[in-house]
Design a protein around this ligand. Structure first.
Ligand code: HEM
Length: 154
């Protein structure tokens, strides 16, 4: 478990995957009573607010000109350490009181699974395979992801 903390580049790669393809692409909230949002917008009781987390991960105003690029480096400081990004910016695990309780655990799991697979196998994405998202509450790939897997020789 201690070892996975050292996987700074893998952490950046996972964050980029989650930023561009958040498994929960839309959040739904509903006001209980009349309220004013930090933006100044007034909401009436029972107003449904949808947060499009998929779009938020791709906003130029939030992530800069290279927002559509997959760049694990954006999560790594000049010293080679992981940059902490506030959850209101990196919204894939939600933020505030209802933030995902499994966030830290899921990073440990993802790192253990990814590092074990990558250490033992070469994964090559099949060229020109369509990577279209499916319309769904959780983000799925319409046609899956076709890859060629070969065992690494040590
Ligand atoms: C990459 C993996 C994961 C992602 C992207 C993710 C994302 C999220 C998001 C966006 C929410 C807020 C849902 C909402 O309120 O509309 C949430 C809630 C939650 N997640 Fe996760 N999650 C992940 C893995 C996990 C794991 C592994 C666990 C448990 C071990 C977990 C436990 C929870 C719980 C208990 C809540 C509800 C928190 C509350 O409402 O107070 N999650 N998650």
């Amino acid at each position: 478990m201690e070892d996975v903390k050292k996987l700074v580049y893998l952490h950046g790669a996972l964050c980029e995957g989650l930023r561009l393809f958040p498994p929960v692409p839309i959040e739904r909230k509903q006001s209980l009573k009349r309220d004013t949002l930090p933006s100044g917008h007034c909401v009436n009781p029972n107003t449904i607010i949808l947060l499009f987390t998929y779009a938020m991960g791709r906003f130029e105003e939030i992530w800069g000109k290279d927002c559509l690029e997959f760049k694990p480096e954006r999560w790594i400081s000049e010293k080679g350490e992981t940059i902490h990004v506030p959850s209101y910016k990196f919204i894939s695990f939600n933020a505030g009181p209802r933030t995902c309780l499994g966030k830290d655990l899921s990073f440990i799991q993802m790192k253990m699974v990814a590092s074990t697979i990558l250490r033992n196998y070469r994964i090559q994405v099949v060229e020109n395979h369509p990577t279209t998202p499916a319309h769904s509450i959780v983000l799925l790939m319409k046609h899956g992801l076709k890859v060629i897997i070969t065992k690494r020789q040590f």
